[in-house]
Write a protein that binds this ligand. Structure first.
Ligand SMILES: Nc1ncnc2c1ncn2[C@@H]1O[C@H](COP(=O)(O)OP(=O)(O)OP(=O)(O)O)[C@@H](O)[C@H]1O
Length: 349
């Protein structure tokens, strides 16, 4: 990919990063030649399942970690050569809460401003603006430990914005938030990039989040970018409709695959759990055909849908597995919990 870093707010060029895995084990190649570029004033999304390499990329771009090889530029600055210049140009909202739970929201913001060299009065004024913007003014004098998850997350983003960064890194900004708090955060990220022309690098494992917020995105898998473009471009590159058939019994899947495979109009047929996905130029015509062959084979169908291509279909086309399956099977996927189960369901939809 031809990258002209000077003109780009963000560029990663052939980044490689390995992590040692302990004695006797081969190092883990977290980044394997990852390359992308993002223009100034846009929201660029890095979309990938757990363990794809998104956080490692953000850490390298934000100078928290060093690549083994390759180059990275932020606001036109080489992160390896001038890390201090990069640090003053960026805001970084990590996955973990950065605010001090024992301090108030206002105190946290003013402290962040002071750490960036702002005078107290200027920090206070900026903090008041941000509290207002994130609808936190009435909670400004309360200790952060009394905040809801959504409020604490908004405060973290506000902390990242205190020094008016050119580039903001948002590492999975809505993980763990309830749908209402997530929608509020999305609206705020959209407003921020629109009104302030700030460049935002957003990492996410929510397909819907990437689709809605990113003006361009890179799909990351196994430490590489497997596809990039606008969400619309990526989806329109896939011809035809997506057909998804779910059966009641996973043991029926081999027979379902065999039956669906006999329909000439369907291609890219893959199974995932109790679900079979396929593509066809005219999904509306293929659906009754598929239901007909399954009925004739005595296979009970739980649900069947036809839809325009989604980012899940894009991921499937480039990696050979559905996003939900990659997420569920990733080595780093947390043990099933109510929250992680909900995540899996969400990306699957
Ligand atoms: N400090 C580390 N030491 C060893 N392995 C690491 C370290 N950090 C990350 N890894 C591994 O590198 C791979 C990429 O991890 P990374 O955190 O970049 O992925 P991710 O896409 O951000 O996933 P998540 O959404 O879970 O944060 C994973 O296999 C992870 O286990």
């Amino acid at each position: 990919m031809a990258v002209s870093p000077d003109a780009r707010a963000l560029a990663a060029v052939d980044l490689v990063k390995t992590y040692p895995q302990g004695r006797g084990k081969a190092p883990l190649r977290a980044l394997d030649g990852l390359t992308f570029e993002a223009e100034q004033g846009t929201v660029f999304g890095l979309l990938g399942p757990n363990g794809a390499g998104k956080s490692t990329t953000v850490k390298i771009l934000s100078t928290l970690s060093r690549a083994d090889s390759g180059a990275a530029f932020v606001a036109g600055v080489d992160v390896r050569r001038h890390p201090e210049r990069v640090r003053s140009a960026i805001g970084f909202v990590a996955q973990k809460q950065v605010s001090d739970p024992m301090d108030t929201g206002l105190e946290n913001l003013v402290l962040a401003g002071r750490l960036h060299g702002m005078r107290t009065a200027a920090a206070k004024s900026r903090a008041d603006d941000l509290l207002d913007r994130f609808a936190l003014t009435t909670a400004a004098g309360r200790q952060v430990k009394t905040y809801s998850g959504g409020m604490a997350r908004k405060l973290d983003v506000a902390i990242g914005l205190m020094h008016r960064p050119e580039v903001l890194f948002l590492d999975e900004p809505t993980t763990g938030l309830d749908p209402e708090a997530r929608a509020e955060m999305w609206a705020e990220i959209e407003r921020m990039s629109r009104e302030e022309r700030m460049t935002v690098l957003l990492t996410t494992h929510y397909l819907e989040e990437a689709d809605r917020l990113a003006s361009r995105l890179a799909i990351v898998d196994g430490g590489r970018v497997v596809a990039d473009g606008t969400p619309e471009q990526l989806k329109s590159e896939l011809r035809g409709d997506a057909l998804v058939i779910e059966v009641h019994e996973a043991s029926d899947i081999p027979e379902v695959l065999a039956a669906i495979g006999r329909i000439g109009a369907l291609r890219d047929i893959v199974a995932d759990g109790r679900t079979v996905r396929a593509r066809g130029d005219d999904g509306g015509a293929a659906l009754p055909l598929a239901l007909g062959v399954l009925d004739a084979a005595g296979l009970a169908v739980a649900s069947a849908t036809v839809s325009r291509p989604s980012l899940d279909d894009v991921y499937l086309a480039h990696t050979g597995r559905s996003f939900a399956a990659a997420q569920a099977h990733s080595a780093d996927a947390p043990a099933p919990s109510p929250q992680s189960t909900a995540k899996t369901e969400e990306v699957a939809s």
